[in-house]
Design a binder for this molecule. Structure first.
Ligand code: F6R
Length: 607
């Protein structure tokens, strides 16, 4: 996730900004940059790669001055290189800004600016804002920013300086985090608390559409829609370590709680006017019809998302789709031809097993569409088409928010295919997209169950093994629940289709064995109830995760976790949450290293 640090005050801005950016390194980034107004002139330095590269450049050419902005970029638009890194400048190079977020209407704005004679150097959406500020400049940086943000659709946290208004730093936000830090020698604007802790613990949280104006003498004001707003100063008690996790105990739980936000981000670039719009990242009707067969391949959690995506795509195209685990598929893909489509799913974009399948498919002349979270990764570069998950960097080894955005991206791809082939009409797609837009709220609601899930985790924590059961899509969700638990609690968890248990594994059910059963699919509900009764009669500790209209289950299972309702096809997006929380709470109770579980690495680049 990109990081912003800006400073205006009595001290050297470069030193404070670089220190702040170092403290934001944990968020992940691929390039960095800084701009400072130095003696009335705007100077900037940018560099691809690690912050050390930027520091090396600054050692040769320091940017002095007391008012500046800095940024670490996690690419979401345009490849990760020096040109696309922030700060971005207007054509005249006298306004510089750093930006976190996505400007949805940037192409329309860009066309208008080009017609006005502006030129662009980068592939980013951010450069549009720099030229808009130039176009609407009214002699005052702050009021110009107020005007310009009213033209932007999408999300942003911004910090802006200009040699036209050399003593002023302006910062604004919509949806993306931004705080001010009130220090003795000046005022900071930053995307996260750790950037400031060395200099101050007094912060102001900037809210949506607020514009903060910071002067060189340390004075500041905050306005919203032209009106001045009074803001409270909060004193931060967190340690540096807990601040980098936003006050959460671990990155994993922070990332679980980020899911409402990343689901919104994931929709931003793939939806326009309540309709799926994948643009160039998808295929035309003729191309889709031309594929003899669609294959999907991935590993681990990404494979679990693929298996669900497969069902959605089959529904959309009315043909069978094959989903294969990459580490096996690479040895056995006899029917994949130059007329096939391979859909690859990978958070990191670097998983070697998945890459090997991709390369083999490319060698055979097949088309490859990747769903990945990392712009510029090998899978991104080597695929024909790419849909980005927009989950932001995932730091915890156990994947959570990446899974949700992989699923949502696959659902959107299925809708796109289904609409193009005439399986779904416009009204249907619009209804589903609106349903997706309501999902973040439903996910948020799930967090209310955390306390009761923690109580269940206390019982599970001293068990040696357990089961996760489900029918249909619930079985596929259960596979992800079992993997999460295994990875971080080290308890053996077996995922099974509910109906398969009686064919052998039921022999393992005895007094106290925990069994999680998922019941989110309405037409399979009755059958799954019978399974719960069956295992309860044999002494199992039964935990049901069911959609909310099934509260009657309380008389059947020992524990019931209810999840909000959406269409059955999309229930996996909600069913995964209690399972992620259950795995997390169990791991915490056991005192495990939640974010770095034993024997595991975040990116698996060996076969
Ligand atoms: C589980 C997990 C792994 C990954 C798998 C594929 O929490 O993170 O199972 O899903 O190693 O990784 P990517 O998606 O980076 O290809």
């Amino acid at each position: 996730m990109c990081g912003i640090v800006a400073y205006n005050g009595k001290s050297n801005a470069q030193e404070r900004i670089i220190h702040g950016l170092e403290k934001l390194e944990y968020r992940g980034y691929d390039s960095a940059g800084i701009a400072v107004v130095d003696n009335g002139a705007l100077k900037y330095v940018k560099s691809a790669g690690r912050l050390q590269n930027l520091k090396d450049k600054l050692e040769q050419n320091p940017v002095d001055g007391n008012c500046g902005i800095g940024h670490t970029r996690w690419a979401t638009h345009g490849v990760p290189n020096e040109i696309n890194s922030h700060p971005h400048l207007n054509t005249k190079e006298d306004i510089a800004l750093v930006h976190n977020g996505i400007i949805e209407n940037f192409s329309t704005l860009k066309e208008e600016l080009i017609a006005d004679g502006y030129t662009f150097k980068t592939e980013t959406d951010t450069e549009v804002i720099a030229n808009l500020l130039d176009k609407h400049y009214d002699g005052n940086l702050s009021s110009t920013v107020e005007k310009v943000i009213s033209l932007l659709r999408g999300t942003f946290a911004l910090a802006i300086i200009s040699s036209r208004d050399p003593g002023t730093l302006v910062a604004a936000r919509r949806e993306n985090p931004l705080i001010l830090g009130i220090a003795e020698d000046g005022v900071f604007a930053a995307s996260d608390v750790p950037a400031l802790l060395n200099y101050t613990r007094d912060v102001i949280y900037i809210e949506n559409d607020e514009v903060a104006t910071i002067q060189n003498d340390g004075s500041y004001s905050i306005r919203k829609f032209g009106e001045e707003v009074e803001k409270e100063i909060h004193h931060i008690e967190w340690s540096m370590e807990s601040a980098s996790k936003d006050g959460f105990d671990h990155f994993m739980i922070k990332e679980i709680y980020e899911q409402p936000k990343v689901l919104k981000d994931c929709l931003l670039r793939k939806v326009k006017n309540d309709f799926v719009d994948l643009g160039e990242t998808s295929f035309t009707k003729e191309e889709i019809l031309g594929f003899d067969k669609i294959y999907m391949s991935a590993c681990g959690t990404a494979f679990h998302a693929s298996e669900i995506g497969k069902r959605a795509i089959e529904d959309a195209i009315g043909k069978e789709v094959t989903a294969e685990i990459a580490s096996e598929f690479k040895y056995n893909m006899p029917f994949l031809t130059e007329n096939s489509l391979l859909i690859i799913v990978s958070q990191s974009g670097e998983t070697l097993d998945t890459l090997t399948v991709l390369r083999e498919a490319k060698d055979r002349g097949a088309k490859v569409l990747a769903i990945t979270n990392v712009v510029g990764s090998s899978i991104d570069r080597e695929s024909d088409k790419v849909i980005y998950c927009d989950a932001g960097p995932e730091i915890s080894v156990a994947s959570t928010k990446a899974y949700s955005t992989q699923l949502l991206s696959l659902y959107l791809l299925a809708l796109d295919f289904g609409y193009k082939l005439g399986t779904y009409d416009k009204e249907f797609v619009t209804d589903i997209v609106k349903e997706f837009e309501s999902l973040p709220e439903k996910v948020e609601k799930m967090f209310d169950s955390r306390d009761s899930i923690r109580e269940i985790a206390k019982t599970i924590a001293n068990k040696k093994s357990m089961f996760f059961l489900g029918r249909g899509l619930d079985y596929l969700s259960a596979k992800e629940g079992a993997l999460k638990l295994k990875e971080i609690s080290y308890i053996n968890a077996v995922a099974m289709p509910s109906g398969e248990l009686k064919h052998g594994s039921i022999a393992l059910i005895e007094e106290g064995v925990p069994v999680v059963t998922l019941l989110s699919q309405m037409e399979l509900f009755e059958k799954s109830i019978s399974n719960i009764k069956e295992i309860k009669a044999r002494g199992a500790y039964t935990i049901a995760i069911a959609s909310e209209e099934n509260s009657a289950l309380r008389s059947v299972a020992d524990e019931v976790i209810l999840i909000p309702k959406t269409h059955d096809m999309y229930m996996p997006l909600l069913a995964v949450l209690p399972q992620q929380i259950l795995a997390y709470e169990t791991s915490v109770i056991l005192g495990n290293d939640v974010d770095k579980p034993r024997n595991l690495a975040k990116s698996v680049t060996v076969e």
